[in-house]
Design a protein around this ligand. Structure first.
Ligand code: B12
Ligand code: SF4
Ligand code: SF4
Length: 371
């Protein structure tokens, strides 16, 4: 049997929802888009592929022998279910409820093995900074570029993870899909922060998925929209009609974390339990920070004890987000804020405590919101 057909069959038999072959010609338009986003600031502090767009858009700069790219898409629905939302719980986006990249990785590795047995060079690339996965998927007909910037695949919509195998085998190229979002615009109003700023254009600085995995302070104006999320965001995916049939079948409860329990875990436990998350510098403080914001949005007096502990934490970043959360709780949190104000020395945390105090007082007196 023809090698290309064999590889497609292999991918499908192992559970891929789509596969296709693309040429290795550089992705010139993608490189230009990345340059624009670096220039206009909309990539925010994104690293990954943006660290070296030249390399990420030309697979031959990393693998000069490559002659074909075999793209594969797997879906993590219905297995990933639907987040179980309960008061006091944080939400994890579906792609990260566990390591859903595992099945894709196995398929790519099996394809690599077959190619090597046939005497070819081959390497698996998935979420790798040396390749823009969506560009390969679109060129190889695995899906089309949606206005949310997700690649949409018939049957699975945006609920896919993408990867590719670069090989020196000359495989038969597939035809790109001639599809578009048509008149649909559902993802624009669905995005809680207005991060989709144009067709296929995301302003990473506003995207919750990015903000929750970026280092530093979470911008104050974005915190309410983060709601109960602690990792990832699915709103532009859940609103997307081509994915709705699969979503309806994803009924098992998943992705829920008891926030107060979470705050009591050690750094080692957090990092081990969520080892498949991207966490800057592998520092648990960033996941604790996210949980503190979700607790602030929960705004329950049940969290005051835990937050009082966190305003005395040795890490100023956690004191700062705990201060904000106390302000949102108000009521019995007000004396905790007052006490912390007397003890705090870090100017950024003092600022946050001042605002939290005013917010909590104004809420108590039903004055206009000082958020
Ligand atoms: C950086 C990155 C992010 C960043 C920025 C994403 C972005 N859209 O800019 C952040 C952290 C925000 C992020 C979030 C998410 N990500 Co991400 N991310 C990546 C990463 C590492 C690189 C992407 C990249 O370099 N893109 C380059 C830019 C230029 O591409 P683009 O933004 O898609 O832009 C194209 C479109 O704008 C299009 N275009 C231009 N003009 C027009 C006009 C029209 C009309 C249309 C329709 C399109 C269009 O052309 C541009 C390219 O030239 C890839 C992994 C990888 N190595 O590729 C995963 C990847 C893209 N992420 C993925 C996932 C699953 C997610 C999340 C769903 C996770 C979550 N639930 O929280 C969200 C989705 C947010 C969203 N709407 O995109 C999957 C996407 C799978 C898919 N089916 O598309 C990938 C491919 C990982 C993987 N291997 O599976 N991600
Ligand atoms: S992931 Fe969330 S915040 Fe980011 S563009 Fe989609 S809906 Fe908006
Ligand atoms: S929600 Fe509609 S406009 Fe947005 S990506 Fe999906 S199909 Fe396209």
């Amino acid at each position: 049997m023809d090698l290309t057909v064999r590889l497609h069959d292999l991918a499908r038999s192992r559970g891929a929802v789509a596969s296709g072959v693309a040429t290795v010609a550089p992705f010139i338009e993608v490189r230009a888009t990345m340059a624009e986003r670096i220039e206009d600031g909309s990539r925010g502090g994104l690293g990954f592929t943006y660290r070296d767009p030249e390399t990420a858009t030309n697979v031959r700069s990393s693998f000069p022998w490559a002659r074909s790219l075999l793209a594969v898409a797997t879906s993590y629905l219905p297995q990933a279910g639907t987040p179980d939302r309960r008061p006091g719980h944080g939400r994890i986006a579906r792609f990260a409820t566990r390591d859903h990249y595992g099945p894709l990785r196995l398929i790519l590795e099996e394809i690599v093995s077959v190619l090597r047995l046939e005497g070819f060079k081959a390497v698996a690339l998935q979420d790798d900074n040396r390749l823009v996965d969506r560009a390969v998927a679109v060129r190889s007909g695995v899906g089309w570029w949606g206005l949310s910037s997700m690649v949409l695949t018939p049957g699975a919509g945006p609920w896919t993870l993408l990867g590719a195998v670069a090989t020196d085998a000359l495989l038969k190229t597939s035809t790109p899909m001639e599809r578009s979002c048509g008149t649909c615009r559902a993802c624009f109003p669905a995005c809680p922060t207005g991060a989709i700023v144009g067709p296929g254009k995301l302003d990473a600085r506003k995207c919750i998925s990015y903000v929750l995995q970026a280092p530093g302070i979470i911008p104050r104006e974005l915190r309410p929209a983060i709601d109960d999320r602690i990792y990832g965001c699915d709103d532009c995916l859940t609103s997307c009609p081509p994915g709705s049939r699969l979503l309806e079948r994803s009924t098992s409860a998943s992705g829920s974390v008891d926030l107060l329990d979470f705050l009591t875990l050690s750094d080692d436990t957090i990092l081990a339990r969520y080892s498949h998350f991207y966490v800057p510098g592998r520092r648990a403080r960033y996941l604790r920070r996210n949980a503190l914001v979700a607790i602030g949005n929960w705004a329950s007096e049940r969290s005051v004890g835990a937050l009082a502990g966190y305003v005395g934490h040795s890490d100023w970043l956690l004191r700062l987000h705990a201060s904000w959360a106390l302000g949102r709780v108000g009521g019995s949190a007000i004396p905790v804020i007052e006490k912390a104000k007397c003890q705090e020395r870090n100017p950024r945390v003092i600022d946050e405590l001042d605002l939290a105090y005013r917010f909590a007082r104004s809420a108590a007196c039903e004055e206009p919101n000082l958020r």
